[in-house]
Design a protein around this ligand. Structure first.
Ligand SMILES: C[S@@+](CC[C@H](N)C(=O)[O-])C[C@H]1O[C@@H](n2cnc3c(N)ncnc32)[C@H](O)[C@@H]1O
Length: 240
């Protein structure tokens, strides 16, 4: 296959992946928001916002902001003089994020429909990726690009299989949850993904590992915090 044929095939796959992401999250926007704002989840989101070491007046970007569940924590830290920008591919999730912004009456928080792998942002004081790197075709490349946008901190909040002695016992269950919850074209595909992920290290684990390695290469002063028996963690660092 020639390079140009491969490029056309890659971009076809990528369009299909983006469509799947948008259809999947679009269909379940309300359900996703309910899960994303469940009481225990706030602890992880607070930790991710804290990991950015934001100051009042800062500008922070969230890549793949979904329904905007992190926005309150980011807005709290940058205050009324700062700026929060969330970007996401999926319109129905952004509608939900905009309602959240309107409810709070925040004039300095905005969301935009854009691709986190080509964000329409020139510079920021900090960047957050929350439960998103696992969905990107090239997680390491995306994190490298995010680090290039800032001299400040970059934080990644993610769910992965656990290496905690007790959490690890539930890894097959986590795999099934991830497989079933990943964008799929049909219920049959969801079930096949769920089953496959109970026995193998999930694609999500591999993507998050690649994203984290990329962050580690480009940052100093790293901090790592685990939650939920090691199934959820925040890795952050200051860009070199
Ligand atoms: C699991 S949700 C996480 C949403 C939010 N960050 C949170 O913590 O609740 C993943 C989000 O990433 C978005 N997404 C996936 N690929 C994307 C891309 N290439 N560019 C922008 N958003 C993307 C999806 O639309 C979805 O909103």
């Amino acid at each position: 296959m020639s390079d140009s044929e491969r490029r056309i095939e890659d971009s076809g796959e990528r369009d299909h992946d983006e469509r799947s992401v948008q259809q999947f999250y679009g269909r379940y926007a309300d359900l996703y928001d309910a899960i994303a704002t469940a009481p225990g989840v706030a602890t992880w989101r607070r930790a991710a916002a804290d990991a950015l070491d934001l100051e009042q007046g800062d500008t922070v970007v969230e890549m793949g902001c979904g329904t905007g569940a992190n926005l309150p924590f980011l807005r709290e830290r940058v205050g009324s003089e700062g700026r929060v920008l969330g970007i996401d591919l999926t319109r129905p999730l952004l509608v939900s994020a905009r309602s959240r912004i309107d409810r709070h009456g925040w004039s300095n928080v905005a969301v935009a429909q854009a691709d986190a792998t080509a964000p329409p942002v020139a510079q920021a004081d900090a960047v957050l990726g929350s439960f998103v790197v696992g969905m990107l075709p090239d997680p390491a490349g995306a994190v490298a690009d995010w680090c290039a946008l800032t001299d400040g901190r970059v934080a990644l909040l993610d769910g992965t299989s656990s290496s905690h002695p007790i959490g690890a016992l539930a890894n097959p269950l986590f795999g099934a949850f991830v497989g079933a919850g990943a964008p799929a074209d049909s219920l049959g595909d969801s079930l096949r993904q769920a089953l496959a992920s109970t026995v193998a290290r999930t694609d999500l684990d591999r993507s998050v590992a690649a994203a984290r390695e990329s962050l580690v290469e480009r940052t100093t002063d790293r901090r790592y915090e685990e939650f939920a028996l090691g199934f959820v963690s925040v890795l952050s660092g200051s860009v070199k």
